[in-house]
Design a binder for this molecule. Structure first.
Ligand code: SF4
Length: 484
């Protein structure tokens, strides 16, 4: 994606998801097509590239391209992917450039002839340190993980599973990983379990692992359980085995509850949709307002808006229509189209908003530009008043665990107070859900959550700003670090 396209996508969107991973071990089933549908359900987690790797016990074939899942795989591509186990991935780049080279699954061969395919969701915070240990350029964190696994398999003459148990304790950050060789599928998750990863069972006896339960359901798999933080799950012809490479210290991403996960996802057995409804209830209690209609900013604001309407008795209506595909294509918008900004993504429904006092429910404010344009657009469509209600606290700090929000300098919540932000976006009123209110609305206790982008308190230590900048430069090939 070019810089200009990213500008448009970012202008019209909030925080961007990182990646979705999927894996299946199911002899006798069409694993490529199962993976295709699994990735389809995970498309919201990454729209830049998609890939599937399939193994038949001897051969491994990888197909990966830039684009949406539906653009990357034609029926003939899937037919060529024949085997009994697969790894799938859809990507949005949080480190490294958005290019075919960085599309996943990452594929490597060991000197002993093992073929390793790896898909990663999350972001490591110690890639520079890990790369130095290997004496290579950092590259992407996912590529580095695969290098370290292969290097350990060769050096210690061990299986992929044993290599994971020996290497994963050195990874720091967020990682929900699915990785295979020709005969076995492995899934492992960082000790904090920042990103989701679930295990499901197919009716025919096969196993599935996926970032979200929606991807299990779409292929007819039944949720078995979450992969535990710090756990490695191995699936092969002998069934499923569990091992631990680190003690669990859970700090699940609070923002998955607010925005990232699909509403039909169940995390640790609890419904995301129900949590978002409760966010709407809390918001209504914390910041009531006299209004005629509650409208969501699609899609993540929808369930909270219906909760707000439920709690207040104010009618709910769709006052904004979303074009789901703008900003996720690879068509270069012209300058005049870019100036349309949010109009490329959302259109007001005049019949709903004209002459009305609106409560507009959104999940977050990142830079403030989108909210400002949204308010202007609604006023242009005849809204009498626009009251913004946000289902999370102000974002004050960047995420280093796999969500691309913005740099600290770009975050409007880092510098301005709520009244200053209200003035900037030109809303009649603006209220954010308090951190306590948000945590009350989700089913996990505060001590098991990461809330660093709202508090600046990072549960996994991140490098200092100057070290982060140096690391980013190295990853983009701009620095003088070691080279492979
Ligand atoms: S910093 Fe925010 S977005 Fe990142 S993992 Fe923590 S809660 Fe989630």
């Amino acid at each position: 994606m070019s810089g200009d396209e990213q500008d448009v996508a970012r202008l019209a969107e909030g925080p961007r998801c990182e990646c979705g991973v999927f894996g299946v071990f199911a002899p006798g089933e069409d694993v490529a097509t199962l993976t295709y549908f699994g990735l389809f359900a995970l498309q919201h987690r990454g729209q830049e590239s998609a890939g599937i790797s399939v193994s038949d016990g001897r051969r491994t074939v990888v197909h990966r391209e830039m684009g949406l899942v539906s653009q990357v795989f034609a029926p003939a591509d899937l037919a060529a992917l024949d085997g009994h186990l697969a790894v799938g991935h859809c990507r949005y780049s949080t480190t490294g450039a958005s290019s075919w080279d960085n599309a996943q699954p990452v594929y490597r061969e060991t000197s002993g002839g093992s073929r390793i395919s790896l898909g990663h969701n999350g972001n490591l915070v110690n890639t520079a340190e890990l790369a130095a240990a290997l004496d290579v350029a950092p590259g992407t964190d996912s590529d580095l993980m695969s290098r370290l696994l292969v290097e350990r398999m060769e050096r210690d003459a061990v299986t992929l599973g044993d290599a994971i148990l020996r290497v994963a304790p050195a990874f720091r950050g967020a990682f929900s990983v699915v990785v295979s060789d020709e005969r076995s599928l492995h899934a492992f998750r960082d000790p904090q379990g920042v990103r989701p990863l679930q295990i499901g069972r197919l009716a025919g006896g096969g196993w599935v692992v996926a970032s979200e339960t929606s991807a299990l359901e779409i292929v007819g798999a039944v949720l078995v359980r979450d992969v535990e933080p710090g756990e490695l799950v191995t699936i092969d012809a002998d069934g499923l085995r569990s091992a631990r490479f680190a003690a669990a210290a859970p700090r699940f991403c609070l923002f998955e509850w607010v925005y990232l996960a699909r509403p039909d996802h169940r995390q640790d057995g609890a419904s995301v949709l129900a949590a978002r409804r409760r966010m709407g209830h809390r918001l209504a209690a914390e910041a009531p307002v006299a209004a005629d209609v509650v409208i969501p900013v699609p899609e993540a604001g929808r369930d909270a808006a219906s909760g707000f309407a439920e709690a207040t008795g104010i009618p709910f209506a769709d006052g904004l229509v979303k074009n789901r595909y703008v900003g996720r294509t690879f068509i270069q918008p012209t300058q005049s189209l870019r100036q349309l900004g949010i109009r490329l993504k959302l259109s007001p429904v005049r019949e709903v908003v004209e002459g009305k006092r609106l409560v507009v429910v959104d999940d977050s404010i990142v830079r403030g530009n989108t909210s400002r344009q949204l308010v202007a657009m609604l006023r242009g469509a005849g809204a009498a008043e626009v009251h913004l209600r946000i289902t999370s606290p102000p974002i004050t700090d960047p995420c280093y665990y796999g969500i691309d929000m913005a740099t600290r300098a770009e975050l409007i919540g880092a510098d301005l107070d709520v009244e200053q932000i209200r003035a900037f976006v030109d809303a009649d009123s603006l209220h954010y859900l308090s951190l306590d209110g948000l945590i009350d609305a989700v089913p996990q206790p505060a001590e098991r959550l990461c809330a660093a982008c709202f508090t600046g308190s990072y549960p996994i230590p991140v490098p200092a700003e100057d070290a982060r900048a140096a690391q980013a430069a190295l990853e983009l090939g701009l620095g003088d670090g070691p080279r492979a």
